[in-house]
Ligand binder design. Sequence first.
Ligand code: GLN
Length: 453
Amino acid sequence: AHLDRIADVDGDIHAFLQVDAEGALAAAKAVDDARAAGEQLGALAGVPIAVKDILATKGLETTAGSKILEGWIPPYDATVVSKLRAAGMPILGKTNMDEFAMGSSTEHSAYGPTRNPWDPERIPGGSGGGSAAAVAAFEAPLAIGTDTGGSIRQPASVTGTVGTKPTYGGVSRYGIIALASSLDQAGPCTRSVLDAALLHEVIGGHDVMDSTSIDAPVPPVVEAARRGDVSGMKIGVIKGISGEGFQPGVKQLFDESVQLLVDRGASVVEVECPSFEKGLAAYYLIMPSEASSNLARYDAMRYGLRVGPEGVDSPSAEQVMAATREAGFGDEVKRRVILGTYALSAGYYDAYYGQAQKVRTLIARDFAAAYEKVDVLVTPTAPTTAFKLGEKLDDPMAMYLNDVATIPANLAGVPGMSIPNGLAAEDGLPSGFQILAPATKDERLYEVAAALE
Ligand code: GLN
């Protein structure tokens, strides 16, 4: 049924870069056979899933939305993908994304943009717009995204879906194409809170292949999602990232949901996180710095594309590398590689990267101080509903500003979740409610989310 739905609507939406009908049907049949043989199967066995094209899938092309990886067929599966397969979840295909997960609109994909199922003239968010759109358009019941600075949560917000960024280290990064290694985290994109919890449970847990993976069991997210009991919980509303610059309709829906939590027995306090307003600036130094270093591996020798410089008879390795990177990377990737290389250069390291790391520490301290007073923090996920395709494409700063509420969680490594929060009065488009919890307390996200669902 999902393959039929993809065939019907994906020509317009373009959520998928690859559809693996054969592989998905074979996996579904294997689950049917196991069930017929009386095997005990998990809750999601046989439930199909779409996977963001940044996760390595054995035998299935993986491009991270970039021309430089076109045609690259990974020889192995990311740990998350192995876990999906082990849980009997057929993989429908790979979803579209901003090139190397840089962007908030999916317009930076080298393979053309994805459209928002609510309005094809609008963006589905980014970088994981393909995963969110696939779920919102009923092309897939579940999807995997990755979130370095909001790429699961902001697309969830603008497509009216659920998205979780687990605690850093809660889900293995092995086999996920690295963008900014200290920020990247994979997580669920779904239509309901319980679906997200069930998927979180499947993909989470310790992995010896990822040295930053937390050696502890997956937090009790499913129980929390079934319970949804906020009575006695303390909810912190972050001053500063709920007001100015936020669309009035988005803000109004946010206030209404906070009131709903009070009605359900929670108490609400306003908390100050004074360093959060510097988060955006720090992120857009740290993230390009790590990315410029990670992307150095695309050297024309190891993967995908190789372009010889024109008019040169026997080019040097350096010339081939330069020509390949010139042809293979898009503008946003080049912008960030240049920015990151500059910020890391000997003369500027302390002024830029060093300063940004200090801000990162201050943000972590703001979170720690806030969590002494409250159980969770809440904000609107994104300042606005989905903007129009092309609207912010020529203005990188305007695009970056969309991430103001999502990136503090990545900088501090704490878990965050976006749930649908109704349609904004001005434009009738979805908005999101963001919940943030202390590191390793991911279950609190689901407790609060389920209370609002
Ligand atoms: N908008 C963020 C950026 O462009 C999203 C990054 C991400 O989470 N992958 O960096």
